[in-house]
Design a protein around this ligand. Structure first.
Ligand code: KG4
Ligand code: ZN
Length: 338
């Protein structure tokens, strides 16, 4: 078996991305064409517009990823592509391009679950994560706490019962007049705020590892309505207090799960894993228990294709191959009964 040169393709939301990864670890290229500017004025992604933009960008992005990596299509061992979850129209653009390449080149096609991709971004970071571990997936659409015994051996411990953590960041950002996507802007604003200034609820859930963020989001909205137009300090205090309310529950449940499972390592995945406060608070809470924390660099936390190639590599090694009738599955879960 060769080193395993995988071309990854990702188009599940508003990033058109392609990457070449060697051996599931070495990123040779990671091309990302973000559509964020396009959607700032709408305050969110417009699926139809996103699909059209993907269509324009997908081939140039793939070409650039190959060029930067200095490899030809013939040298690629397999094509890994996100087939869900995500927006059906945008997923189909990347999937169709990947299928066409796989067919034309007679190379294996490997469908990758986008969430699994986020998890595998950790395998592109140093040091390489060691099993068993607990993984907290915090993205725009998901908040899942997962136990991983090995590659592809996952058990769902808990998840959000309503809003995802990233979704809460985006909605709160909107309510204090920040643009899309909200996470990075709330984080920036929070730096000059007091996280204890505004009392906000920490939802208790029946499942010890489940989450709920919709009550928190509503509390923030009510605070804004009650207080009236906020001055700069009030906005910063609210952002900091909201961020602390989210991170404190994420940290508390993750530490509990890691202890219960007896793991020596926790990893973070998904867009919210780019959040500096979450990383810092998680590390501080795990350290006394001798549990290490891993996370990808910020550019690999948010949507990219290197993570899809990394996940695809392990599937390729495990012998997974998909037929050309593979379809986009917008509501694809991790298949863990969640
Ligand atoms: O994983 P991702 O890029 O896309 C999905 O698969 O959903 O996650 C995007 C989410 C958005 O909700 C965004 O606001 C949030 O991740 N996010 C952040 C940060 N960077 C991105 N949230 C908090 N702090 C950040 N620095
Ligand atoms: Zn994502």
């Amino acid at each position: 078996m060769s080193e395993g040169l995988i071309l990854g393709v990702e188009s599940s939301c508003d990033e058109t991305a392609a990457a070449v990864v060697a051996g599931g670890r070495r990123v040779l290229s990671n091309t990302i064409a973000s559509q964020v500017d396009l959607f700032e004025k709408y305050g969110g992604v417009v699926p139809e517009i996103a699909s059209r933009r993907h269509l324009e960008l997908i081939l140039p992005v793939i070409r650039e990823a190959l060029q930067t990596a200095g490899v030809t299509l013939q040298q690629i061992d397999a094509i890994a592509v996100t087939y869900g979850p995500g927006l059906v129209g945008t997923l189909l653009v990347g999937l169709s391009a990947a299928k066409a390449l796989a067919f034309g080149l007679d190379k294996p096609l490997i469908g990758v679950n986008h969430l699994q991709g986020h998890i595998y971004a950790n395998f592109l970071a140093e040091p390489e994560p060691e099993f068993p571990l607990v993984c907290l997936v915090v993205s725009g659409g998901h908040t899942d706490l997962i136990y991983m015994a090995g590659h592809g051996r996952m058990e769902l411990l808990g998840r959000t019962l309503d809003d995802a953590a990233g979704e809460a960041f985006d909605k709160v950002a909107r309510s204090v007049g920040l643009g899309y996507p909200g996470g990075p802007q709330v984080e920036r604003l929070a730096r000059s705020g007091d996280p204890e200034a505004v009392p906000l609820p920490r939802a208790q859930t029946e499942g010890p590892y489940d989450f709920s963020f919709s009550g928190l989001k509503t509390a923030v909205l009510q605070y804004v309505q009650r207080t009236g137009p906020l001055n700069d300090q009030q906005r910063a205090d609210l952002a900091a207090s909201f961020q602390r309310a989210v991170t404190s529950v994420l940290v508390e449940r993750t530490v509990k799960a890691a202890q219960e499972k007896g793991v020596r390592q926790v990893i973070l995945a998904g867009g919210v894993a780019a959040n500096g406060a979450l990383r810092q608070e998680m590390r501080a809470a795990l350290e006394p228990h001798g549990i290490a924390l891993g996370y990808p660099p910020p550019v690999l936390c948010t949507d990219n294709a290197a993570m899809i190639a990394a996940a695809g590599y392990h599937l390729w090694r495990a012998g997974v191959r998909h037929d050309l009738d593979l379809n986009a599955v917008p509501g694809l879960g991790l298949g863990l009964g969640g």
